[in-house]
Design a protein around this ligand. Structure first.
Ligand code: TXA
Ligand code: MG
Length: 356
């Protein structure tokens, strides 16, 4: 009965979702898909449940978690104020990959979620499975990316399994995530200014079109950081070297023909000294590179593909055991700002300037 197959599958999916929601409501940890990356969920009000997230991920306790909601009514209890600008951004981008840092209502979410800050990061994910799960659990769901700390965020349920199998109470498999990079984290001031604390799936250009004003980038994001006098990032998570592959990675920037020539030369030299090489590049030049592991970021005219593929590619390099990786840079416009932010972190800010 071919017609009954989708119906049976839908029934199994609904059952799995109800089971996952019950685990969350009972204080367990469940990984779930969102439109950005997979999250590791727990009841945000339950300190024990939230502590289980930190333990499973090996996450530093000073790094606050994003709280996921499924409806605007869930927001009301969580925050003390939503200013005009924040309201406009919610209307424009929720559900979607935008996290707003808002003044936290005291005593609602666990202090472990906010890491002791008086603000809470909230977002409503644009993913049917996530929304249904949160609604069925009946609680605000704290959810960092569902990777071990320091690993690339998971864009497939199998990535979650690789990192967290045996450490969490369940995984809801919703297939590959869409955006592939995390949400944009912003703070919206009462004066209408918006500060990006972490670039992500909603671009600064999109935000500026809605607010009609300029968008600031948190000063700490402009530089490599780590120096004694560099400013501390306002999203605490941005100070950690995330996503670092096991091999040494460098980004090559500059004019396209110079980048291609430089990468070809660097790969040849690396092979000659016995490195196992990897290259991460756009399709326009990828065929001109010779490496042990060549991975595509898609066409440079379509940066959404680069965002979608980036984390799986970083995981693939580790599987291949490459020791030396070169990646092409992209313009820091639109989604390119988030792609470059993650690439620079993966490369520990090591950039080769091939010239213009
Ligand atoms: O797309 C996403 O945002 C994914 C999915 C699962 O929703 N989640 C995610 O969470 O990336 P996580 O925990 O990996 O990253 C949260 C980031 C961290 O950089 C953290 O420091 C920042 O948001 N953050 C959270 N609450 C904050 C707050 N109250 N003030 C400033 N930054 C905050
Ligand atoms: Mg993360």
């Amino acid at each position: 009965q071919p017609a009954s197959v989708p119906a049976a599958q839908a029934a199994r999916d609904a059952e799995a979702l109800a089971e996952a929601a019950a685990v969350l409501a009972a204080g367990g940890t469940v990984a779930f898909p969102t439109e950005t990356v997979y999250g590791l969920g727990a009841d945000a009000r339950n300190t024990k449940a939230v502590e289980a997230i930190f333990a499973a991920k090996g996450r530093p306790s000073d790094n606050p978690l994003i709280v996921h909601i499924a409806s605007m009514s869930q927001l009301e209890g969580l925050v003390t104020e939503v200013n005009e600008t924040a309201r406009k951004l919610m209307e424009a981008f929720w559900p979607g990959p935008l996290t707003l840092v808002l003044p936290a209502a005291p005593g609602v979410v666990s202090p472990r979620v906010t890491a002791g800050l008086d603000t809470v990061g909230v977002r409503m994910p644009a993913h049917d499975v996530a929304l249904r799960l949160i609604a069925a659990a009946g609680c605000p769901v704290a959810g960092p990316s569902a990777n071990r700390s320091g690993r690339p965020s998971p864009t497939l349920a199998s990535h979650v399994g690789e990192d967290l199998s045996g450490r969490i109470d369940g995984i809801v498999d919703g297939g590959p995530t869409g955006v592939g990079l995390e949400s944009t984290v912003v703070e919206a001031g009462r004066d209408g200014t918006v500060t990006v604390l972490r670039p992500g799936g909603i671009t600064a250009e999109q935000i500026a079109r809605v607010t009609g004003a300029g968008v600031k980038l948190d000063a700490a994001l402009r530089e490599a950081g780590g120096g004694a006098d560099s400013p501390a990032p306002r999203a605490p998570g941005m100070k950690y070297t995330h996503y670092a592959p096991q091999g040494v990675m460098r980004i090559v920037s500059g004019a396209a023909d110079r980048v291609a020539a430089r990468i070809q030369a660097e790969l040849a030299a690396a092979s000659a000294r016995g490195e196992k090489t990897g290259v991460l590049a756009f399709d326009e030049r990828l065929p001109s590179y010779r490496a042990d592991c060549s991975l595509s970021l898609g066409s440079e005219t379509e940066l959404a593909a680069a965002a979608h593929r980036l984390y799986a590619a970083l995981r693939r390099f580790d599987e291949c055991g490459v020791t030396y990786i070169l990646a092409e840079s992209c313009p820091e416009e639109g989604l390119g700002a988030a792609v470059m932010n993650r690439l620079l972190k993966a490369a520990g800010h090591r950039v080769i300037d091939a010239g213009e």
